[in-house]
Write a protein that binds this ligand. Structure first.
Ligand SMILES: *Cc1c(COP(=O)(O)O)cnc(C)c1O
Length: 336
């Protein structure tokens, strides 16, 4: 069995999750007739303190639709230079929405400094795009954003007449790690996107939360983008199963990431740069990346090793204690 540390998206549905999928009551969700999708949307809206929600095929589509709802052609959103909604979504907001991103350099803790945000807001002048939205991400590179920062940033944005969106792909990791209810983390935002297919271990799906007006518009965009699904209760059933069974256990993923970081600490040629929630970042000399990749693969370990010296290792549902020890041993034999 491969020890796959590339991402928490690689999990496969368990037998119990597959049983929940098999038992799902379904209907045509484009007609609004799938009771299981409706239950998932209601459940997350209630848990996170929103009026309503919308089930979507992916986090990328969920974030894109949120941007399309908040911004019009020629508007801009303030976003982290290393945020998923800026860097890792194919430029979708610009390509499909004519929305301009205004990237902001992150502080080391992942926050976007308020003075930098203030400088980036454009005056009402035809030279500039209209600044409409602040988009944050929690967790960011596994880090939980300080909640006092989130509250202050949202208050600042409101004062400037901006809406506030959260890419909460891993909001439940942030909640479990911080001990704060997900609802508290979501409270400062007009819209929140959560992924079911990351650490929660569902095979497919994200949910966008907001008020009825925003979600009504989101429903139109979803259809336009080809994200209107039919008997998607099969997928929602997996997501509901994940919410019932896979939230508290995220603490195990976090503990295993900490254990992995401890095992890698002090190994020759490998520097542990950071460990937060379920992610470990290591720095490896660029000249040794290919050798490390080959060595790990020969020992049944997979990691996302590209051409950059920073390598991300991610723990998840399909990584147990023995897998962590085996991965640590593979790194140790490489360093030796
Ligand atoms: C994975 C991820 C997304 C996008 O989700 P997909 O379902 O892969 O499209 C968005 N934001 C963050 C922070 C993510 O990690």
């Amino acid at each position: 069995m491969t020890i796959d540390l590339r991402s928490d998206t690689v999990t496969r549905p368990s037998a119990a999750m597959r049983a929940a999928i098999a038992a799902a009551e379904v209907g045509d969700d484009v007609y609004g007739e799938d009771p299981t999708v409706a239950r998932l949307e209601r459940r997350l809206a209630d848990d996170l303190g929103f009026e309503t929600g919308l089930f979507l095929p992916s986090g990328t589509q969920s974030n894109l639709i949120a941007l399309l709802c908040h911004c019009r052609r020629g508007d801009e959103y303030l976003v982290g230079m290393e945020a998923h909604t800026y860097k890792y979504e194919g430029g979708g907001a610009a390509v499909l929405g004519s929305i301009q991103p205004q990237p902001i350099v992150h502080a080391p803790d992942g926050t976007l400094p308020l003075d930098a945000l203030e400088r980036a807001v454009k005056p009402d002048d035809p030279h500039f795009a209209r600044t409409r939205l602040l988009a944050l991400e929690n967790t960011w590179h596994g880090r939980v954003l300080p909640q006092d920062y989130v509250v202050a940033a949202a208050a600042w944005a409101r004062g400037r007449g901006l809406a506030v969106h959260l890419d909460g792909a891993r909001l439940f990791n942030a909640a479990v790690a911080s001990g704060r209810p997900p609802r508290e983390l979501a409270a400062p935002f007009d819209s929140v996107s959560v992924c079911l297919s990351k650490g929660l271990g569902a095979p497919v799906g994200s949910v966008l939360l907001g008020d009825a007006a925003l979600i009504g518009e989101a429903r139109r965009w979803r259809k336009m983008l080809g994200g209107g699904l039919r008997q998607s209760g099969l997928l929602a059933a997996a997501a509901l199963y994940a919410l019932d069974h896979h939230v508290e256990r995220l603490a195990q993923d976090h503990a295993r990431a900490a254990r992995l970081a401890a095992l890698l600490h002090g190994l020759d040629g490998i520097a542990v740069a950071a460990q937060h929630t379920n992610m470990v970042f290591i720095e490896v000399d660029a000249s040794r990346l290919r050798a490390l990749d080959a060595h790990l693969q020969a020992h049944g370990v997979r990691a996302s090793i590209g051409y950059l010296p920073t390598v991300r290792l991610v723990t998840h549902l399909d990584i147990d204690d023995a897998a962590i020890e085996a991965a640590g041993a593979a790194f140790r034999s490489f360093a030796a």
